[in-house]
Design a protein around this ligand. Sequence first.
Ligand code: MRU
Length: 363
Amino acid sequence: MKIGGRHYRSLWWSGDKDCLEIIDQRWLPHDFRVAELRSLDDYATAITEMWVRGAPLIGATAAYGIAAVMRGDASDAALSAAYDRLHATRPTAINLRWALDRIQAALVPLPVPNRAGAALQLAHEIADEDVEINRRIGEHGLTLIREIAARKPAGEPVRLLTHCNAGWIATVDWGTATSPMYHAHDAGIPLHVWVDETRPRNQGALTAWELGSHGVPNSYITDNAGGHLMQHGLVDMVIVGTDRTTRTGDVCNKIGTYLKALAAHDNGVPFYVALPSPTIDWRVSDGVSEIPIEIRNPREVTHIQGTGADGIAEIRVTPEASEARNDAFDVTPARLVTGLITERGICPASEAGLSGLFPDMAG
Ligand SMILES: CSC[C@@H](O)[C@@H](O)C(=O)COP(=O)(O)O
């Protein structure tokens, strides 16, 4: 997507610098900075500390991390150590393991001297595939937005609500939940997006930044406002992303997603999840009991980052003695999900729905 008129992906391989360059999300939306990743340490830190974040982008970054390691040492031992180190960075998004498994399976049968080139090629393929998957999700999601627009008086915007950032900055390009929004906006459908703040990390600020950069009208709202807006008929559809979806259609996404789904259900608001197929965990059937939920540093809850006269600063918002807990994700049961928007079309959030669209993967 474009920033200041220039097209960017969230990451790209720099042949000149011989390293991966990423948009360093720690400073967004206040400052646009690019970071260079070279060593395994760089990659692991960038994922753990959320310089890059969002399920698909974590997977693509990890693939480049393996490729970077293979350039120095392509032995089985180095491959296995890099796999383990990167796999341990964040537990919830399944795209991480999906990308690592894919690259490991491709490299193990190869002679050691061939691995570095093959790994970089595969990382490029994973990144390119992500862009195409998200583009297609956008096309399918556009049909839903068109249907809502057709029922409205001409010129009245379709009001969407989203939680967290499932935007282009959470993927290589387009985003998942935002892709239908970009497609609809580009097709001339008037939109207004309610952007949940998404405490504690305020990923909503990233969503507001990228939607605004693309010219999509949006309003930043507190996490607690969504139910109220739905009760007053101000939300036509919710679209969120996912970090892991079970084969039965339970959806694990950023903490607070479940509450939005409950409010949507109570108010008859359609609740859709944009789901790239690498985010399906075919081994898991019960999201609440089986998906590991990342618990992050409580400091993300007790402190908040923003920008002021002296630049970007972090301030404490709680009393010194307050304890805090920081569960980063929650699970929305399939019964609360109206439908899954995938790269192959839209299906019910159920085992039959997913295996119907992906018979080759369902096993
Ligand atoms: C297309 S991204 C889908 C999800 O990864 C997104 O909604 C989300 O929860 C991101 O969490 P984050 O902790 O910021 O990595």
